[in-house]
Design a protein around this ligand. Structure first.
Ligand code: MF3
Ligand code: CO
Ligand code: CO
Length: 253
């Protein structure tokens, strides 16, 4: 399927929904504390999204049962909110996708709960830097491999690994579309970054092995993933617009 550039009006809609997704993370962060459940986080996301006239895109998406993903410690992504209780020292990625006026905005952050270890702080820092380095490599008519190359370089130098099989994706009028945006690769390889299209950059960074295990989500065709060695994994995600001169990060609060 060809990736079709967005019109001016569609870009405005993308900016709106992306801003809302980013604001949702700011809202949620204020409430995060040891002792709360991930179901409570989910409720905060649900209420904030509806209050702002949008819908949580993950709710019912291929059977996914919640308004966000909550991935704690060794969980790589797609953690399902529920009875899990946040403990002092945990790291948790909250991944929010909003849908407004037919368009999707997708963003996530890894938060630190209470007093976290230096090791946990470091993997979170490297996940943020890995995403930032990847984003900085974006050029109109460049390649997805340019992004993955820079992310992988930073992450490997710091002694961590990037998850290979899951990554970023085109986004706009649909939640997940082409191109696939890997967190590894070669400069000039992969798919072309077409001006006035949107995609996410969302590398998953592991403390140890890049091997991941997949687990079923009842009633859903989605899986949730954890590190095979149970060491930590962290992630940040932004939705990006490629322009004719560069790029814009749309999910800034
Ligand atoms: N927001 C996730 C992403 O970054 C996708 C979650 S889909 C779900 O692509 F069904 F697992 F929620
Ligand atoms: Co995404
Ligand atoms: Co996401």
């Amino acid at each position: 399927m060809a990736v079709v550039p967005l019109s001016k009006d569609e870009i405005l809609k993308m900016k709106k929904v992306c801003r809302l997704a980013a604001d949702t993370l700011v809202y949620v962060e204020k409430y995060l504390k040891p002792g709360m459940t991930t179901a409570e986080i989910d409720k905060l996301v649900y209420d904030y999204t509806l209050t702002n006239g949008a819908v949580p895109a993950t709710l019912g998406y291929h059977g996914f049962p919640a308004s966000c993903c909550t991935s704690i410690n060794e969980v790589v992504c797609h953690g399902v909110p529920g009875a899990d209780i946040l403990k002092d020292g945990d790291i948790i990625n909250v991944d929010v996708t909003s849908k407004l006026d037919g368009f999707f905005g997708d963003t996530s952050k890894t938060f630190m709960i209470g007093n976290v270890s230096d090791a946990a702080k470091d993997v979170v820092e490297v996940a943020l830097l890995g995403m930032e380095k990847g984003i900085e490599a974006i050029r109109p008519n460049g390649y997805t491999g340019d992004i993955g190359f820079e992310t992988q370089k930073l992450v490997t130098r710091r002694g961590y690994t990037t998850v290979k099989d899951i990554g970023g994706h085109g986004i706009g009028r649909v939640f997940h579309t082409e191109p696939f945006v890997p967190s590894w690769g070669k400069k000039g390889k992969g798919q072309k970054l077409i001006p006035f299209t949107c995609f996410t950059v969302e590398p998953m960074i592991n403390e140890g092995t890049d091997d991941i295990l997949e687990y079923d989500i009842p009633g859903s065709s989605h899986k949730w993933y954890a590190t095979a060695d149970k060491k930590l994994s962290a992630q940040f995600e932004h939705t990006i617009l490629v322009t004719d001169t560069g790029y814009e990060i749309l999910t800034l609060a």
